[in-house]
Design a protein around this ligand. Structure first.
Ligand SMILES: [Zn+2]
Length: 335
């Protein structure tokens, strides 16, 4: 369980939680909403740790000290007053809520001033479960703090939502994600740039990309194709089609890589030497290609890639669709 320092972005939200701890103005129930892997759990855990920290410094910084017994217990998920609501089936049932929250909320915290409940995937609570929870949320014991984490806030009942403080995670800027990846994982700038631009504001996804060897391999495959495409013979092109067919399921990611490459070509044409490229590693090739292909040609390539994605989702013949795509793109480079 980490502190706020290890979270990228979400500054406003973190500031709110920090201030709540510093000023002792903590609400009884919060909804932390945001996409999967956006960082909801990290924020909830940092807040829980700060609430439970026994060092006075935590009331000044609003963050857990990271060193006291309470913080250690929080880090190892063994804190007696930080409770994770679990469920065995795909739904969080009324029994789960009764057994794990309602019936235990009345019992005083063991050690700390608070008793924190964390309900991950709160949208999995069915209506009865939410109604069972409602009573605790309406009349909570003074020490109870309930954190509902959800990627589908619309599935929570209006009665629940109206009694909780809603905190929504927004996409984090590419620059922030990039800096975070470079700092935290010491990866080279070009990998950080790629992973960040692919993650679309989702830090967890960026981390998954950055730490996945497959991500690098896929990227290398696509870069090879784009690099050689302008001068590719038909036999080589067919070989690439077979290569792509071997990983049919991940074709979307490959198409996205190719789109990124084309986007870099556009950037190069528009901004010249000033252009900030995503595919930094292939900068020389991209600048060279950008000098030969027209604006219209690049836009056509992007359109062809997008249309091919749509056709593949409609289940057309894979090899034919991908071959057509590569041929059309190659023609644009050769005009
Ligand atoms: Zn502490």
């Amino acid at each position: 369980m980490a502190g706020y320092a290890e979270i990228a972005g979400h500054d406003n939200l973190i500031e709110h939680f920090r201030r709540a701890v510093c000023e002792g103005k903590v609400s009884h129930s919060y909804i932390i909403s945001g996409e999967e892997h956006a960082g909801k759990m990290m924020i909830a855990e940092a807040f829980a740790r700060a609430l439970q920290c026994t060092e006075a410094v935590s009331r000044q910084t609003g963050d857990g000290c990271g060193r006291c017994i309470s913080c250690m217990q929080a880090a190892s998920h063994n804190h007696p007053d930080i409770l994770y609501v679990t469920h065995e089936k795909s739904v969080i049932s009324v029994e789960d809520v009764r057994q794990q929250i309602v019936s235990t909320a009345e019992i005083f915290p063991y050690a700390g001033n608070y008793k924190v409940y964390i309900v991950d995937e709160a949208e999995r609570m069915n209506e009865q479960a939410q109604n069972a929870l409602l009573k605790t949320i309406e009349e909570p014991p003074a020490y109870v703090v309930i954190l509902l984490l959800t990627s589908q806030i619309g599935r929570l009942l209006p009665t629940i939502r109206s009694r909780c403080v809603e905190m929504a995670l927004r996409p984090v800027s590419e620059a922030k994600i990039r800096a975070y990846l470079e700092r935290r994982f010491q990866i080279p700038e070009y990998s950080a740039r790629l992973a960040a631009s692919f993650a679309q504001g989702n830090v967890g996804r960026a981390v998954a990309y950055a730490s996945s060897p497959a991500f690098g391999e896929v990227w290398a495959q696509c870069a090879q194709i784009m690099k050689r495409l302008p001068r590719m013979r038909m036999s080589e092109l067919m070989e690439e089609v077979r290569g792509l067919a071997a990983a049919k399921k991940e074709i979307d990611q490959r198409l996205e890589f190719m789109t990124l490459w084309c986007r870099d070509l556009l950037m190069c044409k528009a901004a010249g030497d000033e252009a900030k490229l995503i595919c930094l590693q292939e900068e020389k090739t991209i600048r060279e290609q950008a000098g030969h292909i027209s604006y219209e040609g690049i836009e056509d390539c992007i359109r062809v890639i997008r249309e091919t994605g749509a056709r593949l989702r409609a289940n057309v013949n894979f090899d034919v669709a991908v071959e057509m795509m590569l041929v059309q793109m190659r023609d644009r480079f050769q005009e």
